[in-house]
Design a protein around this ligand. Structure first.
Ligand code: FMN
Length: 155
């Protein structure tokens, strides 16, 4: 069975909530065994045991969080062939999409053999409660579904 991992860097909790919804979309139908984890709990080699690796970061000054930047740097020393990556970010609306773009370009710099990442997701958040707006939840699930469907794995 195809396996996937969705990792996130938590602060207020928005990125964590989105990770859970993305995982729901991915695992619908039970054909992609999906786990969700705080990235600080997952060593890089464990991450790479999965074929689909989804990474979420809150926007921070200049792009991804420091933990995310460290992870991307650590990935440099691994063979990423056969792995498929997808990225999502959370930010106040003004920074929407910037962190996803940065993570995608960091991945491209890592390894000439790495496959193009799936199209990323960027979610605008407001406040500091960690719960995403109901309207955004379906986008997050759709993102998970679109990853599965682009590998021709039906629900
Ligand atoms: C320490 C910290 C630094 C942040 N820096 C920025 C920033 O430079 N630019 C910006 O647009 N938002 C910034 N934000 C807002 C976050 O991007 C937003 O709160 C985050 O996406 C929420 O995700 P989380 O709940 O998973 O932490 C910052 C938030 C925190 C807590």
């Amino acid at each position: 069975m195809t396996t996937a991992i969705v990792v996130y860097d938590p602060w207020y909790g928005f990125t964590k909530s989105i990770a859970a919804e993305v995982a729901r979309g991915l695992s619908e139908g039970g054909r992609v065994a999906t786990v969700v984890a705080d990235l600080r709990d997952v060593p890089v080699d464990h991450l790479l045991e999965h074929e689909i690796i989804v990474i979420g970061s809150p926007h921070r000054p200049g792009g991804p969080s420091p933990e995310l930047c460290r992870l991307m740097e650590n990935l440099r020393s691994f063979d990423l062939r056969g792995r498929r990556f997808a990225f999502f970010d959370t930010s106040p609306g003004r920074s929407r999409g910037r962190t996803v773009a940065k993570m995608e370009s960091m991945l491209g710099d890592l390894n000439p053999f790495v496959s193009q990442p799936f199209l990323g997701l960027s979610v605008a958040v407001h406040g500091s409660r960690g719960s995403i707006l109901p309207g955004e939840i379906s986008h997050c699930r759709d993102f998970g579904r679109s990853i599965r469907e682009s590998l021709s794995i039906p629900a």
